[in-house]
Write a protein that binds this ligand. Structure first.
Ligand SMILES: C[S@@+](CC[C@H](N)C(=O)[O-])C[C@H]1O[C@@H](n2cnc3c(N)ncnc32)[C@H](O)[C@@H]1O
Length: 218
């Protein structure tokens, strides 16, 4: 199984937190939707803790989905091929979902698709449900970039593994590409608010965030 922690050691704690939140809060039989599920790494973290939950994983990569099906054979999981850039066209079971989760996938999506997926999540959450979004954030302040570089350097010193970094803010900005378009925390808060989700950043390590959304009480 592709292991997103191997190359990025600080992710271990953050993904463990994500899985723990689901495991602690879900009730038996609750449904979990994993958008950009890849080979099922997050689904496995969740189902290992809570085999009584039902996970639906969505990804556009058929090979990854086949691996996910193999990796989680015997678990309560289903795998659906589809493009999150056209999420309303994917035959995702209606839900509702107690948790919609997405890990390390949003930076692959154009901003309009990010907003579409956030809106989809808001519409398909069960009462009391949560949307958990885990991904890199866009760095927007050139003046603060040296501090971010220190965080990357520190991670490399401690773990011996380098994270994605850049020589300068302009090099960082130039590296933004169709498959590397993280959004800023401010954008996420705006996009959550526009679909009626109260948002909070639950955990932040450097520029990698776990953001949670919950439907606002009307
Ligand atoms: C870095 S992997 C993360 C996989 C998994 N969430 C994890 O943490 O191990 C990103 C995943 O997002 C999927 N993905 C990216 N863009 C997508 C899109 N437009 N529609 C569906 N899946 C997409 C990729 O195929 C890949 O499996």
């Amino acid at each position: 199984m592709d292991d997103p922690v191997r190359r990025h050691p600080t992710r271990a704690e953050q993904l463990e937190i994500l899985a723990t939140l689901v495991a602690d809060q879900a009730a038996t039989g609750d449904r979990v939707l994993d958008l950009g599920c890849g080979t099922g790494f997050i689904a496995k973290m969740i189902l290992d803790r809570r085999p009584d939950l039902a996970v639906t994983g969505v990804d556009r990569n058929a090979t990854s989905l086949a691996d996910a099906a193999e990796n989680l054979a015997g678990h309560g999981a289903e795998w659906i091929e589809g493009d999150l850039e056209a999420i309303d066209g994917i035959a995702i079971p209606e839900g509702p979902y107690r948790f919609v989760v997405t890990a390390l996938t949003f930076h692959d999506l154009p901003d309009e698709a990010k907003r579409g997926v956030i809106g989809f999540a808001a519409r398909h959450l069960a009462d009391g449900g949560y949307f958990l979004l885990y991904d890199r954030l866009r760095l927007t302040e050139a003046a603060l970039f040296p501090l971010q570089q220190s965080i990357w350097d520190r991670i490399e010193r401690i773990h011996g593994v380098a994270m994605r970094s850049a020589e300068s803010f302009s090099a960082y900005a130039a590296d933004i590409a169709p498959n590397n378009r993280p959004a800023s925390l401010e954008d996420y808060f705006d996009w959550f608010a526009e679909v009626g989700l109260a948002a909070s950043c639950l955990h932040l390590h450097g520029n990698v965030a776990l953001i949670a959304g919950a439907r606002r009480e009307s």
